[in-house]
Design a protein around this ligand. Structure first.
Ligand code: SF4
Length: 351
């Protein structure tokens, strides 16, 4: 799994076989330090491991030290066009810079950014997307995965020629199939760590589904070291969506994965509501656990055998099953509290 190349963003390794890293991006004005800190703390609480900040001006760059002092996860500066903002971000203690060297243009300016990053141990993400393909490549290949991949390789070479190799790459398109193709093409030609994303993915539901479709194909190919689910929504939802996608692929390293039956004519408890409540209560569980929520005692225990703990419903009551063994039988309204109590005892966490 994952790229051979590795970068380290402050204390978080990306690539080289390290676990997948979940990222998000603040949507507060970066210069509004208190709003940005508040949002980063909420993202941290949800499980975000690296967070990106837009740096559109010097005020934003100058806010970095204050933000860094009040938060805990590595910060990434998102820079477009102006190399001076990248330099200011590095001076301010940023942990990683995301640029598209093609947008900066002048090789001397790219060298200055590379030198500053190198001196501070700051890696660079080369972030290409369908809107920023080099114009000659766009003319030759159109807005295609081939053009995006060539653009990424060319931008990496620009940094390589500055003797700067501490890089990772993203190749985002808004079309899922094109995104998959672009990443596959790139992964055949480079071992740099790969940041997965689908750009302009959409709102919470469709954005999650489109990201899941792309990430599912790529991660099962072993492509991808870090990911962001871009959503037109509260960034905290991006983190939960990313965690859910990893759970769906069995690639999560922490948290509860809920397996629940679809319900049928045998179901005699309000299983749909119960499954939703279980999911909500376990949203912030840290321990990796599989929790089954099944509708009946006929098939439920068998189907839940693979789970660490679970519920199987009866007639207005149900059983708690732990590692395939029935632990106890309780009335329907006590199923959730009893399940939570057992999980707290198993994990030592307070839910
Ligand atoms: S576990 Fe029971 S209630 Fe749920 S779908 Fe299967 S048979 Fe139906």
């Amino acid at each position: 799994m994952a790229s051979k190349g590795k970068i380290t963003v402050r204390n978080v390794p990306i690539g080289g076989g390290a676990p997948l890293v979940i990222q998000s991006m603040c949507n507060t004005p970066t210069q509004d330090v208190s709003a940005t800190v508040k949002q980063i703390l909420a993202l941290e609480n949800a499980g975000c491991q690296v967070v990106r900040l837009a740096i559109p001006n010097l005020d934003a760059a100058q806010a970095i030290p204050a933000i860094k002092a009040q938060t805990h996860i590595p910060l990434v500066a998102d820079i477009h066009f102006d190399y001076r903002l990248a330099l200011a971000a590095v001076r301010g203690g940023i942990d990683k810079v995301r640029i598209n060297p093609g947008n900066i243009g002048d090789p001397e300016k790219i060298r200055m950014v590379a030198d500053a990053c190198k001196a501070s141990g700051v890696p660079i993400r080369v972030g290409v997307n369908s809107g920023s393909i080099d114009s000659d490549l766009r003319e030759q290949y159109g807005v295609t995965p081939e053009a995006l991949c060539r653009s990424a390789l060319r931008n990496l070479e620009a940094l390589d020629s500055c003797n700067f190799f501490d890089t990772c790459v993203s190749l985002k398109m808004s079309n899922v199939f094109s995104t998959i193709q672009a990443y596959r093409l790139f992964a055949k030609q480079s071992d740099r760590p790969i940041h997965l994303g689908v750009t302009e993915a959409g709102g919470e539901r469709m954005g999650t589904l489109r990201s899941a479709a792309a990430f599912g194909a790529l991660l099962t190919d072993g492509i991808g070291d870090t990911l962001r689910v871009s959503l037109t929504a509260d960034p905290v939802k991006e983190v939960y969506a990313a965690k859910d996608i990893l759970k769906a692929l069995d690639l999560h390293t922490s948290g509860a994965r809920i397996v629940s039956c679809p319900t049928c004519g045998r179901t005699q408890i309000d299983l749909i509501a119960l499954a939703e409540q279980v999911e909500k209560r376990l949203e912030n569980l840290q321990t990796k656990l599989t929790v089954a929520v099944m509708g009946c005692v006929v098939n439920g225990p068998g189907e839940a055998r693979e789970a660490d703990i679970g519920i199987a419903g009866g007639v207005h009551e149900g059983v708690i099953i732990k590692k395939g063994e029935i632990l106890c039988k309780v009335p329907e309204q006590e199923l959730l509290p009893r399940l939570v109590q057992e999980i707290e005892a198993m994990t030592g966490e307070r839910l």
